[in-house]
Structure formats: C-alpha cells, structure tokens
Write a protein that binds this ligand. Structure first.
Ligand SMILES: Nc1ncnc2c1ncn2[C@@H]1O[C@H](COP(=O)(O)OP(=O)(O)O)[C@@H](O)[C@H]1O
Ligand SMILES: [Mg+2]
Length: 358
C-alpha cells in the first residue's frame, strides 16, 4: 500500500497534510500520535470512507484513489478490512452470524460461508463459540469477533483503529500480543492506530509518529526509541531524560559541545549539530553510575541520589545534578546500590546523548 501527498481538510482546517508513506507486504505499520493528529482521517481515507482533497492511494498495484484523475474506488471494492475502537458487533446475532455477515452480503454459498466462518473462529481462538449470542461475550471476545469478521473476506490489508482502547489494561496487554501473533502468522499487511506508545512499540514493524497531520518520524521501534529526531518524538515515546540545552559549537570529528540550560554542565555529543538542536536526551539505561569523585571521565556529572526503586531485575534511581536538573538512571541489580542522600557520579556517554530538534 502506498499513500502519496494525502491531504484532507475540514472546513479549511487541514487534518492530514501532504502525508506520504508506504507499507511493505506482511508488515504491521503503526500510526502513533496524540488525539486529533489525523490518524483516523488517514485510515478512513485508505478504506474509502473519507474523500481526500488531494493525493493518491495505491493498494497492491491498483490505484484506489487519485484526486487528480478522479479515481475513487468504492469502499466495498477496495478489499480493506477494518476494526474500530467500538466493537460494532450486532448483539441480536450469534457470533457466527456476525462473522458471516460480509459473506452473506456477497451472497456466497452456504457451505462456503460455514467453512470460512469456522476457520475464522479458529484463527481468533473462539472455536465452538459460533452459536453463542453476541451479547453474552466479554469485551475481549467481542473484539476478537470484530477481528474475525474483518478478515473473513480475506482482505488485501487490515486497518485497526484503536481496537483495544475500550478494554481494561490487563486484557489490552494480552490482546496486543495475540493480535501481533495473529498478524505475523497470517502475514497480514496492517495499519494499526494508537495513541499508546507501549502498544505501538510492542506491535509494530515500523512506527510513523504523527503530529498535526504530518509524520514527524518513521522507523522501526528500536530506531525511534534509540534515535529520536525531535523533542516531540522523544517525549511521546516516554524518554525520561530530556533537557533544554544550547549548542556551544563543534567538538571533535562530527561532534559538538552542548550546555544544559540553567547549569554549567557541558557535554560532548558525538552528533552533528548542524540541524540545530534545542534539547538533548539520554535513555536511563545508557547512563553509567559510578562512586562519588570519579570525575575524570568525559561527560561526568556530580549527582546526589534522591531515591531508589526496585523494578525486579533492575533498579531505577532519581538523582539530582543541580538545581532543577533531575536524571533518571536505570541499572541492573548487582552493582552496589548508593543510598538516597549519597553523592555519586553519573556519566552520560557522548555516543548515547541524542540531539533533538524542536
Ligand atoms: N468529520 C469531521 N468534521 C470536522 N472535523 C473533523 C472531522 N473528522 C476529523 N476532524 C478533525 O480533524 C482532525 C483530525 O481528526 P482525527 O483524524 O479523528 O484525529 P485522531 O484520530 O488522530 O484523533 C481533528 O482536528 C478533528 O477535529
Ligand atoms: Mg482517532
């Protein structure tokens, strides 16, 4: 699937702004972004429920929408399955009738319908429940029925728009891994929308982070997590240590020197600052924590431990590096644990500090 320069405006207000992206066969692409950034509008455009103002959408090798040449393939001919946040399961029908509905609309033979419904039930782990009234299902089961109904038509791709948002946290986490397993097993090309960063990281082959109708950054979960390009991306992915800072100038080959705002802490960063940076960030796991006084290493910062919390296999520290400057540090259990109130040295390795554009 490929989207080029997709633009959608509502009463002059742009919801999706020249958005382009492509999805590889069998890939799960997650659109991640805050409420109102244009995720649902993008999905509705792909499935054919929203007519874009400009752009081209290609599914497989077929152009399903092109504003310039007025191509606009209707919803039911696009072969796209869709699962929404609200289950849209008909409570007065049985589970099997719900799943069979799209096949009935196509007037498929009865035997074929029965066979495909059974296969879909088995795929989502609901074998034997076909005869049950849909109103008797739990929230998690209903969402499984919605998934089964969306792919019983063997769509070319599947769109899922916040399908787990209405479920409680525990079930959401369980179904997230189930969905991922199903998608990988069936090699189903999918776009998944969420505003939940941990859901995005767990489900995606690639993530597109959206803000105000445009993609801020697109990459694998690991790429985004380790190399966020902008403050918005780092913040949205829950990076703990983000500090406003000023680039002082180049330092060493391909590197630069920055000063954290409001402090005299200077750090060397092994990144080119030519794009301009207004913040730096570093992941809690990348900071070294050493005994007090070991200030001979590059990027060593004197800190006072504020608190320690056990996370099971790791310990999380909060440490103060100066007035108003707090670091979160995560280390594996085993090293000696400095106590709250103790002085220590935090080292922020120059190759691990990221420069963030505003
Ligand atoms: N039918 C509509 N009429 C007017 N404005 C809309 C409509 N649908 C969406 N919008 C606006 O477009 C923007 C993007 O909305 P949406 O795509 O639903 O965002 P998201 O799914 O990321 O929360 C928002 O500002 C929203 O208010
Ligand atoms: Mg939405």
């Amino acid at each position: 699937m490929r989207i080029e320069d997709l633009t959608v405006a509502f009463k002059g207000k742009t919801a999706v702004d020249k958005l382009s992206l492509s999805i590889n066969p069998g890939e799960m692409l997650v659109l991640l972004g805050p409420s109102g950034c244009g995720k649902t509008t993008t999905m509705r455009s792909i499935v054919g429920l929203q007519r874009p103002d400009a752009g081209t959408i290609t599914i497989g090798d077929r152009v399903v929408f092109d504003a310039a040449s007025r191509v606009d393939v209707p919803v039911n001919a696009r072969k796209v399955g869709m699962v929404f946040q609200s289950y849209a399961i008909w409570p007065h029908m049985t589970v099997a009738q719900n799943i069979a509905f799209p096949l009935r609309m196509q007037r498929r033979p009865k035997a074929e319908i029965a066979r495909r419904v059974d296969a879909a039930l088995e795929t989502v782990g609901l074998s034997g429940l076909g005869g049950r009234g849909a109103s008797l299902l739990s929230g998690g089961q209903m969402q499984r029925v919605a998934v089964a109904r969306s792919f019983v038509m063997e769509p070319a791709m599947l769109l899922l728009d916040e399908p787990l948002s209405n479920l409680d946290a525990k079930l959401r986490e369980k179904l997230r891994f189930e969905l991922r397993e199903l998608q990988q097993r069936l090699h189903m090309t999918s776009v998944y929308v969420t505003h939940d960063q941990s859901e995005a990281l767990a489900l995606a082959d690639r993530i597109a982070i959206m803000k105000d109708g445009v993609i801020e950054q697109l990459g694998s979960p690991a790429e985004l997590y380790t190399r966020p390009r902008t403050t918005f991306v780092a913040d949205f992915l829950g990076v703990d240590n983000i500090f406003p800072s000023e680039v002082l100038g180049p330092a060493g080959p391909g590197g630069c020197q920055v000063r954290l705002d409001g402090t005299d802490i200077r750090l060397r960063v092994e990144r080119d600052a030519s794009n301009g940076a207004t913040n730096v960030c570093i992941r809690p796991e990348e900071i070294d924590l050493l005994p007090d006084g070991q200030t001979d290493r590059a990027n060593a910062v004197a800190v006072t431990i504020l608190s320690t919390s056990y996370l099971g296999d790791r310990v999380r520290y909060h440490a103060e590096a100066g007035p108003g400057l707090r670091l979160t540090i995560v280390k594996s259990v085993g090293a000696p644990v400095p106590a709250p109130g103790q002085a220590a040295t935090a080292v922020l390795p120059a190759d691990k500090v990221q420069l963030l554009q505003s």
